[in-house]
Design a protein around this ligand. Structure first.
Ligand code: BTN
Length: 325
C-alpha cells in the first residue's frame, strides 16, 4: 500500500489505537503523518463516517471503547515466520482475493495478508457471492508460495481448513468439523469459508492465495443452500478479530511448516479427525452431472473418496450439494 488517502487514514487509526484512552492531539497526529491539522481533521471525519467512533475534545482525539479494530502495526510483531506478514488492512475493498492475487502476480512475498472490514464484491466458491456485515467478520487473503508439486495442491485447501479449525476449536463450545474441501462447520452451521486460488504451470506452483472469511459477530445470508450460516458469537465463542487473526495465521503456519518438512500425513490425520462427510451419504455436483455415494475420507492428494454401487471414486474438484445421514 503506497501513501494513499486510505493508507493515511489507516495510520491515523493506528496512532489512535496505540495512544489508547489518553488519545492524541491534532498537532501530534499532524506531526506523525507529516500533514496539516486541517488534513488530520478531514481524515478523522472520514474515519467517523466509515463507522469508527472517535471522540474529540480540547486535548485531542481518542477512540471510544472497544471497537475490535485490526491495526497491522499491532498484529505484525505477534506473527511467526513463514507467515509473518506484512499485514495490510483497509476499511472497504472489492475482494481481498482480487487484491492479494494482483499483488502476488507482482511478486509479493509469502505471508502477505490483505484484509478488510468490508468487501463490496466478496467472492465465494463456484462464482457465489460472499457477503458480510461490515466489521463483524474476519476476512483476509494470505499469499503462499508453496514449494510443492502441482499434483499436491489439493492438500492446500484442507490445510487451510485444518488451520482454521485448530484456531477456532479452543473457543467453541461444540466440535468443529470440516466438510470437504474446506467449509468449517460448527453445530451444522457454516462459520467460515475458504476460497483458494492458484497460479502456476504443470511443473510448479507460482503462488496460492487463500481467501478466508470467518463470521465472528453476525451471520449474514450466505448464498449457499447446503449449510445454515452461523457465527462464532452465537456459538459461544467470544473473540476479538485481531486475536483470531493472529491465532489463525499461527495455526496455518504450524500446519504449513509441518507439511513442507514431514509430508502430508499430519494434515491428512487432522482432516480425518474433523471429517463431517465420512460415513455419510454425499451428493456432489460435478461438471458432468451429480454423483452420490458414501464419504470415505480423502486420499493422499486430498481428493474426496466416495463409495458408490460401482466401487470407489476419487474426486479432485466438485461441490458437495447434499449431505445425508
Ligand atoms: C466459500 O465458502 O464459498 C468461500 C468463501 C470465501 C470468502 C473469503 S472472504 C476473504 C476472501 N475474499 C473473497 O472475495 N473471498 C474470500
Amino acid at each position: 500500500m503506497g501513501d494513499t488517502v486510505e493508507n493515511r487514514r489507516e495510520r491515523v487509526k493506528a496512532a489512535l489505537a496505540a495512544a489508547g484512552a489518553a488519545g492524541l492531539s491534532g498537532e501530534a497526529l499532524a506531526a506523525e503523518l507529516g500533514c496539516s491539522r486541517a488534513s488530520v481533521h478531514r481524515h478523522v471525519d472520514a474515519l467517523r463516517r466509515s463507522g469508527l467512533a472517535i471522540d474529540g475534545g480540547p486535548t485531542g482525539y481518542h477512540l471510544v471503547g472497544d471497537q475490535d479494530l485490526i491495526v497491522p502495526a499491532m498484529i505484525e510483531p505477534r506473527l511467526v515466520a513463514p507467515l509473518a506478514g506484512p499485514v495490510e488492512w483497509t476499511h472497504t475493498i472489492g475482494s481481498t482475493n482480487d487484491e492479494a492475487s494482483r499483488r502476488a502476480r507482482g511478486g509479493a512475498p509469502e505471508g502477505l495478508v490483505i484484509g478488510s472490514d468490508h468487501q463490496s464484491a466478496g467472492r465465494g466458491r463456484r462464482g457465489r457471492a460472499w457477503v458480510d456485515n461490515p466489521g463483524d467478520a474476519l476476512m483476509f487473503s494470505l499469499v503462499l508460495r508453496p514449494p510443492i508439486a502441482p499434483v499436491d495442491v489439493g492438500l492446500l485447501p484442507l490445510l487451510i481448513a485444518v488451520g482454521l479449525a485448530d484456531a477456532i476449536a479452543p473457543l467453541a463450545a461444540h466440535d468443529v468439523g470440516i466438510a470437504w474441501p474446506n467449509d468449517v462447520i460448527i453445530d451444522r452451521r457454516k462459520v467460515a469459508g475458504i476460497l483458494m486460488e492458484l497460479s502456476g504451470d504443470h511443473e510448479r506452483v507460482s503462488y496460492a492465495v487463500a481467501g478466508i472469511g470467518i463470521n465472528v459477530r453476525s451471520a449474514p445470508t450466505i448464498d449457499d443452500a447446503r449449510w445454515t450460516p452461523g457465527c462464532l458469537a452465537d456459538l459461544g465463542a467470544d473473540v476479538a478479530r485481531a486475536d483470531l487473526l493472529i491465532s489463525v495465521l499461527g495455526a496455518i503456519g504450524t500446519r504449513y511448516r509441518t507439511l513442507l518438512r514431514d509430508g502430508p500425513s499430519d494434515v491428512l490425520d487432522a482432516y480425518a479427525s474433523r471429517d463431517l462427510l465420512a460415513g455419510r451419504s454425499v451428493t456432489l455436483a460435478l461438471e458432468a452431472g451429480t454423483l452420490t455415494g458414501t464419504g470415505a475420507g480423502v486420499d493422499p492428494l486430498g481428493r474426496l473418496r466416495l463409495t458408490t454401487g460401482e466401487g470407489e471414486t476419487r474426486v479432485a474438484a466438485g461441490e458437495v450439494v447434499g449431505v445425508g445421514a
